[in-house]
Design a protein. Structure first.
Length: 202
């Protein structure tokens, strides 16, 4: 894994852990290893997984540490995000895309629309970070959060969009160093399931 990607993965894990000291260290490292735009994108996408409070705290600390002003707002509209979201989501989920939408729709149709339009269209489809890097960062966020079902999906998604198995394992190791042994072990079990099913052609 490249140094810049590893630093962004570590930043994602510390955002999920919500430890101010770890976050400050990770922000400093990311600021040295990655571009400011990459750091901004990593921080922005985290709100989909940790919520606004944790994301805003991380962005606020980044503003203080980097002395960078906030950028201008990004243009876009619902129709544009819907089209981009469908494309990006289908890249991540591959042959499971339609089933995913059906399953989420069964839970709540609004959530299905928000997932595609807001999650994948407005946020994860933005320029600024390659999709494999975004997925590796998401893997780290979810591994720390103890969200095995979502982690399973994004482990497969990372591979689906071109991340290597070695990069996925390194992202899990980075997350495990932050989350502790119990959550690292859970994430490892989920990864073993993904690998076994991939080997079986599922």
């Amino acid at each position: 894994m490249r140094d810049d990607v590893r630093a962004l993965v570590a930043l994602s894990a510390t955002i999920a852990q919500q430890d101010p000291e770890l976050l400050e260290t990770a922000l400093a490292e990311a600021g040295q290893r990655a571009t400011a735009e990459q750091v901004e994108e990593t921080l922005l996408q985290s709100y989909l997984f940790v919520g606004y409070p944790a994301a805003l705290q991380a962005i606020g600390r980044w503003r203080e540490m980097s002395s960078r002003p906030a950028p201008g707002p990004t243009a876009g509209n619902w129709a544009e995000w819907a089209a981009r979201g469908a494309e990006v989501c289908s890249q991540v989920y591959g042959g499971q895309y339609e089933r995913l939408r059906e399953n989420v729709r069964a839970l709540h149709p609004d959530m299905e629309q928000w997932m595609v339009v807001e999650g994948y269209g407005k946020v994860l489809g933005r320029p600024g970070l390659p999709l494999p890097t975004r997925e590796l960062c998401i893997v780290a966020l979810l591994a720390v959060q103890r969200a095995p079902q979502q982690l399973y999906s994004h482990l497969r998604g990372a591979l689906q969009v071109g991340a290597s198995g070695e990069d996925v394992e390194e992202a899990l190791a980075v997350a495990g160093a932050v989350s502790g042994a119990e959550r690292a072990a859970l994430a490892s079990r989920v990864w073993l399931t993904v690998r076994a099913r991939n080997a079986g052609g599922e």
